[in-house]
Write a protein of this length. Sequence first.
Lengths: 806, 178
Amino acid sequence: MPSGTVSHGASGRLRGLFLVMVLVFLEGSVFTVAVASSDQHSPTTAHSGGHKATDHGSHNNTGKAFPVLDLNYENVRVPFEISLWVLLASLMKLGFHLVPHLSNIVPESCLLIVVGLLVGGIIRGTGETVPPVMDSKLFFYILLPPIILDAGYFLPIRPFMENLGTILIFAVVGTLWNAFFVGGLLYGVCQIGTETSSILSRIGLLQCLLFGSIISAVDPVAVLAVFEEIHINELLHILVFGESLLNDAVTVVLYHLFEEFSGIGSVTLLKGFLGVISFFVVALGGVLVGVLYGILAAFTSRFTSHTRVIEPLFVFLYSYMAYLSAEIFHLSGIMALIACGAVMRPYVEANISHKSHTTIKYFLKMWSSVSETLIFIFLGVATVAGPHDWNWTFVTVTVILCLVARVIGVVGLTFIINKFRIVKLTTKDQFIIAYGGLRGAIAFSLGFLLKKEHFPEREIFLTAIITVIFFTVFVQGMTIKPLVELLAVKKKQEAKRSINEEIHTQFLDHLLTGIEDICGHYGHHHWKDKLNRFNKKYVKKCLIAGERSKEPQLIAFYHKMEMKQAIQLVESGGGIKMPSAVPSTVSMQNIQPRPPTKPAPERAIPQLSKNKEEEIRKILRTNLQRTRQRLRSYNRHTLVADPYEDGLSDLFLKKQKMFQIEKKLKEMNTYLTVPAPPPDSPTMCRARLASGKHTDFKPDQVQKGNKMCSDPQAYSIKPASNKVPMIQVDLASPQSPDSVNLLDEFGQANQQEEEEQGLMMKPPSRPREAKKPSEEDEAKDPQKLMRCLSDPGPSADEDEDGAFLP
Amino acid sequence: MGSSSSISSAHLLRLYDRFESLDRDNRGCLSPDDFEALGGLAMNPIGGRIMEAFFSSGQDTVDFSSFVRILAHFRPTDRNRNKEGAQQELPSSRTRKLKFAFQLYDMDRDGKISREELLQVLRAMLGLQVTEEQLQSIAERAIQEADLDKDDAISFDEFKKSLEKTDIDTKMSVSFLK
């Protein structure tokens, strides 16, 4: 597939593009042929099927030859067509990125709608009826949930909660305002502006209001599709996006309300009151259902430590069931899905393995991406297909009213909201919020669901909805990017958080909570603190497996950073100095210890002669090579967790090479005594060589207790858990050849009592404070030494444990 | 109190009411016991430090003006709007807030956060849940990230720099005090 050749320049791209085009045409033609042949073929297949049924193995009466090659399309028709559609969507996605500048100018959603139009046009052009792809059931139960789940699972909780008030006001009040404004004015226009016999004047108030409620909801799919490409700052993104998610509750209530009323035909005050109550029921009920399923999922994930393979499935299943359960009771399925994803995420992620986490992430992204693509294509196809009734007045008035309502709504609400916000929303922000109110496929599907009996003007509605969607997606979608540039709206910042930020943010949180206590003001921080305490005390104990439940957030963050750094180190090929010198000594207890297929490490090795050392090195080398072999028995049921299998083997190879270079260097310095290398760290052993110490390699615990550490540089920092045999993999420091030379000055065979003598690799310019060997200094010593002697390797805890060992 | 940090009279009244309610024995000033009577502060990991910040320069009572002066650090600031309408933080307010936070770290007032001081804060925040080695590694890493002049301690400028991406004005504001 040409995707690999993209990097090879323009010719590769053109070739790729050409191939994609050919494939698309092929597919389109296969499609039409399939659609056509399905009608022709069904009689014959039924025929031959009948024959086969009556003549079991005996000669056919009709004298037809035994069909060696038969065409039986009917059986696979539905899955085949579905696969074709998905393939088309994926190829389109691929193709857009091959064309050089297209994706910069036109957002993907527009291109996909155009493709849908084309496909629809082709199908119609061949005389076939366009398949009714925008079936509401398909949309609401298959296409929409992955996108919403993806959004909910990866929802940035902190900015969402901080702006929850604003988001809610926009979602609820804003949507209500939009619905009534558009509906009411539309009704007025229909009554006033046209003759009484025209079709428009027959549209009742309720119908107009229903139409208004359908068209006024900002669509999360469209917002996601467009906003993802413009990278605006987090605040605006979460405001518009949060609004698009939460207004589902309002839309559901209004839709059902007006649909009921149109059916019955009478409105009473009681019913209106019930409508208001039903809004709360729908919204809160949806959230409750979501939270319930989220807790269930978190609880289930607590026990999955032995069946890691199906962990992602639980996440998906529980979320989907939350959605469907909410839909049963006419509650807001979208809110249920969001709540479920957001609630279960912190607990599930603490429980599942690294690979499952990656799987969940990629599956969600994949499904949501395909869904989104399909939705837009189907929108295009449905435009070609759907029965249309174009009414100039209605359509133009709708478009104008939608825009006007949105602007007035946003400006008015911001005015009120800004009185309560600390960070005010500027005019620019308001403009982006108003401009980002895109409508999308949800509106269309809701319109499609309308029953013809209650709504004779259904086609007019559908046409108007499609026009509004096209307008917002094409016009607003295409122009928002240059407008963002023009108005110099703040863009999304680099998300890399340092550990300092994390520490200080927590510190400030505590500080603000304290200040709020002093002021007697139960503000934001107070409740957040209470929630955190509750979470820590009760919830985490239930929902997180094992000891990770006690792990504070800072530690988890620190782990993540170390892991990231480790991966970076591996990818960058090692040998590069990293700023942080201390290898992570914190054990991550959720990584499965590998079943001991290899013997436990030798921990105490007496001092060796050079020959023995050679032997050990050879053994190490052969074992390094052994790690490159793939898992011999791939058994689906026993997938062992080994996060960095591939990266590790590369790393080991490189280290091997460096090791050999270092060895050559060391040959030259033969007068250095050769202490025993620890079996699990070639570089550490090299470093130790360079330091010229006699070392008896004692296990951690002994070292920790021993103030006069025999080898303070290596492992006294490690915690006392020995269940997971760890490997300290340190990369070669380019400094160390120098350090070897430097060491000549310091002589050899230092006694442990000497403080820091001979271990300082840096030139003596570094101030050496004479410290008493207090415990604190012993702790500090190793850190300094670490910094001197070696660059930190990846955090040892995640490495393969048994790999190195003879 | 400078013009940019003056609190409106309505809020001052509220603060005075709060001051009086905290002052249990009605001496017109607060003593450490009054602060400790606040349950929330007692549970707060850095409650002790916050308390000490109120008692400046060796005195053991806090009168109302000092009370307000300290709390004024947390006043939400009005942002300057320059021509493009972009919001700028008043640099002085941000620095003032950061300075206050910095002083809570730097207990011995030497202008730097040493490793030991950082360790103390970490120990207070993380409590008994982590081992000493873990704390050491985190502190080590934090210092290395932030310490640009390699003096093994975090100065105020380095502290400021490490928080440059955080919106301090929002984070360190209590709307009560507008």
